[in-house]
Design a protein around this ligand. Structure first.
Ligand SMILES: *Cc1c(COP(=O)(O)O)cnc(C)c1O
Length: 422
């Protein structure tokens, strides 16, 4: 597509945008002077859907009026409340019945999944992870290795970009798996790397890892709601993601988990158990041996926080309506325009480290600004642009197709150009 670097062109793209009406379904934060902020941090905390408050008030009202009876007689009975989210989650990540559940928070789910899918032996005990993984993921795998009596320096295998490069090459993952595969118990990668925005091919990596006899899991914190996913067909053993980034569930909102159906009925699989994972028919009889629900629900521990589920339900209803295919279509165009405008600044201090191939990225671009320091980020913030700064010199900015406009992208890049030229 041929882009132009001017405001009327950006406004024309907004006019033609089939999803433009969704911006008004969200609260756009405003500056002290009352102007809408240019919000590019939906990869960190998504904006609040206007309907969320009604979903939460509904549950507060039912609690006020019904007390404990709300578990069965609320408008949305709390006992099976999480089940109301399952169809939307299935759509979102391409899962089958029984493969997904909303529960806990992300790092907790990663641990629960590793309890089941990281079963090291003396000869196969390594975990393969990106060198630049999100800190929580790194802490999780290191502590899991230690828990099983291994030295993380030996057990954690980090795949790095080549010297002088920012992105990890799939061929390097393939080579490492061929060389070390028989020692690797678990391959655990981000679906989209949080720092570079690079997408990993879930299907290819899963196939390569399974051929080596490894289990495979993905952290989809930056993938869910950002790129279309087909978890069942692509076949990883598990995946987990939070719902406060692209999924707009709100700060600390519950996470979700995927367990492939090939494990649904395997009662031999080790797991940490709680009553919410127990057979629903006999859960309240209280005196039964643990009888896990088949599928992902069997990994639940506690009865879940309903207000958080309500916020997730509100947000997922928007994804149901729009669909990931339509969202992705706009996203590719919006991020494509963003990239074009950044290139057009024609300042060799600026370099986008995110892959330029749309198939290898979501909406986020990670912009390296040579010799910049955090004052650049501060200046942007003062000018009403919310982005995310990563040391030493990277701005992460995510134009989110549900609520960001082509005008937002144009104005942001104009401001960046101005700051750099002063
Ligand atoms: C955001 C994020 C987390 C955050 O974990 P919480 O348990 O939700 O605090 C973990 N891992 C990745 C890759 C993330 O992007």
């Amino acid at each position: 597509m041929l882009f132009e670097n001017n405001l009327p062109f950006a406004l024309k793209l907004d006019e033609e945008d089939e999803l433009k009406s969704y911006r008004s379904a969200f609260h756009i934060p405003r500056s002290e002077s009352g102007e809408e902020i240019l919000y590019f941090c939906g990869n960190s905390l998504g904006l609040q859907p206007r309907k969320t408050i009604n979903y939460i008030v509904q549950e507060l009202t039912d609690w006020a009026n019904l007390g404990v009876e709300g578990h069965f007689h609320a408008k949305n009975p709390w006992m099976p409340y999480h089940e109301l989210l399952t169809p939307s989650l299935m759509q979102l990540v391409g899962a089958e019945e029984n493969e997904v559940v909303a529960m806990n928070t992300l790092s907790v789910n990663l641990h629960l999944m590793m309890v089941s899918f990281y079963q090291p032996t003396s000869s196969r005990y390594k975990i393969l992870i990106e060198s630049d993984a999100f800190p929580s993921d790194l802490y999780a795998v290191e502590s899991q290795a230690k828990f099983h009596g291994f030295n993380p320096n030996d057990a954690i295998l980090k795949i790095k970009p080549r010297l002088g490069e920012e992105l990890i090459r799939e061929e390097d993952i393939a080579e490492l798996l061929e060389k070390e595969g028989s020692k690797i118990a678990l391959v655990f990668l981000g679906g989209v790397n949080y720092y570079t925005g690079q997408v990993f091919n879930i299907r290819t990596i899963t196939q390569m890892a399974h051929e080596q006899g490894c289990k495979v899991g993905f952290d989809l914190a930056h993938a869910a709601g950002n790129i279309p996913l087909n978890l069942h067909d692509d076949g990883p053993d598990f995946a987990a993601w939070c719902s406060y980034k692209y999924l707009n569930g709100g700060p600390g909102c519950l996470a979700a988990c995927f367990v492939h159906n090939r494990h649904a009925h395997n009662e031999e699989l080790k797991r940490f158990a709680g009553w919410w994972g127990h057979n629903k028919e006999t859960r309240f009889n209280m005196r039964h041996d643990f009888d896990p629900i088949a599928g992902a629900e069997g990994w639940q521990l506690s009865n879940p926080p309903i207000y958080s589920l309500a916020a997730m339900k509100a947000s997922l209803s928007i994804f149901d309506e729009v669909g990931m295919i339509n969202l992705r279509r706009k996203s590719e165009k919006l991020t494509g325009y963003f990239e074009y405008l950044l290139d057009d600044i024609a300042d060799n201090r600026i370099r986008v480290i995110t892959p330029s191939n749309p198939d290898q990225r979501g909406c986020q671009l990670s912009i390296q600004v040579l010799n910049a320091d955090k004052t650049l980020h501060k200046t942007l913030t003062e000018m009403g642009v919310i982005t995310d700064w990563r040391e030493p010199d990277v701005i992460r900015a995510a134009p989110v197709p549900l609520y960001n406009s082509f005008e937002d992208v144009f104005k942001f890049v104009e401001l960046l150009r101005k700051i750099l030229s002063t």
